[in-house]
Write a new protein. Structure first.
Length: 246
């Protein structure tokens, strides 16, 4: 039976990410499966206190050969583009500034020792950010995947554009889409495992599973294990089966 793990939005909370990995480690011990991939659904950075630590943790795990897959979330792309020459805006949402209080870029930069209020203009702040963020972190952001498919499960950050084949999905939709996807009950050709839109608890909607339990707003970083068509929420007490709603 094919087994996959997935972890929802992290938003700079290293301790919560470590806790999610501890639950996966415990499940691996029970199953004896040390090679099933762990798919991180993106939004690794922004809002939380230790964005730098999160990226260091992930880089370290990959360097040790951990079977981890890292997907790009919209917040990760905010950071990715800001660090490029000219502090480029997020291409799908040029109306949003990464440094706006509701986005979380200031917290991310603070984790690298860059205080946004200490620089006279955006150019100076960009220069300070580029100097502070290690190249390994830039490389990680640039190398994040837009999506990942394994058998009958399709992992992405936000969701998919209904009616568009999974192989033809646009990255802007994969990291930004909401209502058009969330409100569509159709079978998308695979079970879609995603985050991006916070929910109170991990929820199986039949055609999709939402793992974003609001880590950026005080909630946990959640993890699941998927075996065939069965999805289980990983908790301190062990696996909790997720029954499709509707």
């Amino acid at each position: 039976m094919q087994r996959s793990y997935a972890i929802g939005d992290v938003h700079g909370h290293l301790n919560k990410l470590r806790a999610a990995h501890a639950l996966i480690a415990a499940d691996r011990t029970r199953t004896g499966d040390m090679q099933a991939p762990v798919v991180h659904l993106g939004d690794l950075v922004d809002r939380g206190p230790n964005c730098r630590g999160v990226l260091d943790f992930l880089i370290g795990g990959l360097a040790e050969g951990a079977p981890w897959v890292l997907l790009r979330g919209n917040h990760d792309r905010f950071m990715q583009y800001f660090l490029r020459p000219g502090a480029q805006p997020e291409p799908a949402r040029p109306d949003l500034d990464w440094l706006s209080p509701n986005v979380g870029g200031r917290e991310t930069l603070a984790s690298y020792g860059v205080e946004t209020g200490m620089h006279p203009d955006r150019a100076a702040l960009h220069a300070a950010a580029v100097a502070a963020v290690p190249q390994s972190h830039v490389d990680l952001l640039e190398g994040l995947l837009p999506c990942y498919r394994r058998g009958d499960v399709f992992f992405c950050h936000a969701g998919v554009r209904p009616g568009v084949p999974l192989d033809d999905q646009a990255e802007d939709d994969l990291i930004w889409i909401r209502r058009e996807f969330l409100d569509d009950p159709r079978d998308h050709g695979a079970l879609i495992v995603h985050g991006h839109t916070p929910v109170q608890q991990v929820t199986h909607y039949g055609n999709r599973v939402n793992l974003d339990t609001g880590a950026g707003y005080g909630g946990p970083v959640s993890a699941v294990v998927i075996e065939g068509n069965a999805v289980f929420h990983l908790t301190e007490e062990g696996r909790v089966p997720l029954t499709p709603q509707g």
